[in-house]
Design a protein. Structure first.
Length: 217
């Protein structure tokens, strides 16, 4: 049995990752990716706006043990221009919740989720996401697992979300609305689907990693 490698708590806690695994592709070519079917999230999405939405999201998130986590930021088109995150996506087994950060009444829900030690928050590039989020509201994160870090430690050459989806889930995630205005007060249907898909894929990847023995939770 391969040796297991423990990561710092800031990256994953209490999960462990397998050092190496045979039979798993280390990369996927552009041609292979182009031949994969496109998949989008087709389940329920809740854009959290009302008190009822908040109560529902809080209750569902508290019941979960694994939550797919992602953020969206208004794109920057000029040199040295940057923006803070304006949307957080959290995927449970049944629903993807979208939290617009312009709504201050939602920040406490997110702070509670991020601090919950029992719930694994999983995504790709989470160190940057969390560092940026802390410029929007204060929180202390616990039990956060970055799938890109796991993939890299397991020997994969490509560790971005879209490449990991192609390698492990066998489908392609469309990029169409990546550079749209995520700070808009009203998100389009295309933006909502795009954002929900990313968080859903993060959760599905963790389940796939676990089934392959790449991590143990």
């Amino acid at each position: 049995m391969p040796d297991r490698m423990r990561y710092p708590d800031s990256l994953m806690n209490p999960a462990t990752a397998v050092d190496s695994h045979s039979g798993i592709a280390r990369a996927i070519s552009r041609e292979e990716m182009a031949n994969l079917p496109i998949r989008r999230y087709e389940g329920e999405v809740c854009l959290v706006t009302t008190p009822q939405d908040r109560a529902r999201a809080l209750a569902d998130l508290r019941r979960e043990s694994i939550v797919g986590f992602d953020t969206e930021t208004r794109p920057a088109f000029r040199k040295r221009e940057s923006h803070l995150p304006c949307l957080v996506q959290a995927a449970t087994a049944s629903t993807v919740y979208l939290f617009q950060l312009r709504r201050l009444d939602l920040l406490q829900i997110l702070a509670e989720l991020l601090a919950a030690p029992r719930i694994v928050k999983t995504g790709v590039g989470l160190a940057y996401d969390l560092r940026s989020l802390k410029l929007v509201f204060p929180f202390t994160e616990k039990n956060v697992l970055d799938l890109g870090v796991v993939a890299r430690r397991c020997g994969l050459e490509q560790t971005g979300l879209r490449n990991l989806a192609g390698i492990f889930l066998g489908f392609r995630i469309p990029k169409g609305t990546r550079t749209s205005n995520w700070a808009a007060a009203q998100l389009s249907a295309q933006q909502i689907t795009y954002a929900a898909t990313d968080a859903w894929v993060c959760r599905e990847l963790l389940l796939r990693f676990r089934s392959l023995g790449l991590i143990a939770l």
